[in-house]
Design a binder for this molecule. Structure first.
Ligand code: CP
Ligand code: NVA
Length: 303
């Protein structure tokens, strides 16, 4: 059976932990210069309907390091941008490639692609979820804290694709997550309800960033206006006043807390320059870990 990677909730903790372990092994091999060509001769299509730096580069480099070929495609330069049905694209791509990563808008687009695809489909970000990123973030947490168990995670900002995926991660891995989101910018209600049913009491929602970061071990934030929401930038700047992760807010967390940001960051909006450049920030390791975890995800899924 073809398994896809569309959302964390399709996997249990043991399966996801297996990918994190493989990522650590592949990272060590890459650093040592040891061959790990687990996708020798395989082609992975990389379809982008939104902009990207990290996702594109880490997938392309990752497939290459695994001995395969990454095929970049954008909606604007393929027939998908001219309205060729998703289900037709999925069946055609399945005849040429061994796997496909898609970055797009609605989660239903990756789900439809996967329904008609006979090759594994990986979600490279939708409006609802960003599962590869949260796996990279967890890899980073494990590197710095040696575990995720017993840690308190904080989210400060928009209830967006990143927040939704953290909520799923908290339920699956079983850690405490406190999210501070302004009224009207809460995470997806269905995702929250699912996670709260899975892990009662683990996930707390507040409008006060101070409550969320108090004694946190891991703090995560993200842009206030995600891709596709650019026209809302001004009203969001007003709604998110007081949500900047700055030194004053960071001082409420544990002194050895780590700060994550998936990047790109808007310094002076959701995060201050002093915090992203400061001693608690691990954002460059986090960005690097996209490469290692995605290699593990591809190597697990693509046979
Ligand atoms: N974090 C992340 O997904 O970055 P890109 O948008 O640059 O791919
Ligand atoms: N929430 C952001 C993440 C970018 C990597 C967006 O969707 O634009």
């Amino acid at each position: 059976m073809t398994r896809h990677f569309l959302a964390l909730h399709d996997y249990n903790e043991i399966e996801l932990y297996g990918m994190l372990t493989l990522a650590r092994e592949l990272k060590a091999k890459q650093k040592q210069g040891t061959a790990h060509r687990l996708l020798e001769g395989k082609t992975v299509a990389l379809i982008f309907e939104k902009a990207s730096t990290r996702t594109r580069v880490s997938f392309e480099v990752g497939v290459f390091q695994l001995g395969g070929h990454g095929l970049f495609m954008s909606s604007g330069t393929s027939q998908m941008g001219r309205g060729e049905p998703i289900k037709d694209s999925a069946r055609v791509m399945s005849r040429y490639c061994d796997g496909v990563m898609i970055r797009t808008f609605g989660q239903e687009i990756v789900e439809e692609f996967a329904r008609y695809s006979s090759i594994p489909v990986i979600n490279g970000l939708t409006d609802l979820f960003h599962p590869c990123q949260i796996m990279a973030d967890l890899l980073t947490v494990i590197e710095y804290k040696h575990t995720y168990e017993g840690l308190t995670f904080a989210w400060v900002g928009d209830g967006n694709n990143m927040a939704n995926t953290w909520i799923e991660a908290a339920a699956i891995f079983g850690f405490d997550l406190k999210l501070a989101c302004p009224q009207g910018y809460e995470p997806d209600a269905a995702v929250l309800a699912w996670a709260q049913a899975q892990a009662p009491g683990r996930i707390q929602l507040t409008t006060d960033p101070k409550v969320a970061v108090q004694d946190a071990d891991v703090i995560n934030t993200d842009v206030w206006a995600s891709m596709g929401q650019e026209s809302e930038q001004k009203e969001r700047e007003q709604a998110f006043a007081g949500y900047c992760l700055d030194d004053a807010l960071l001082a409420l967390a544990k002194p050895d807390c780590i700060v994550l940001h998936c990047l790109p960051a808007h310094r002076g909006e959701e995060i201050s320059d002093s915090v992203i450049e400061g001693r608690n920030s691990v954002v460059w390791d986090e960005a690097e870990n996209r490469l290692h975890i995605q290699k593990a995800i591809m190597a697990t899924l693509i046979k």
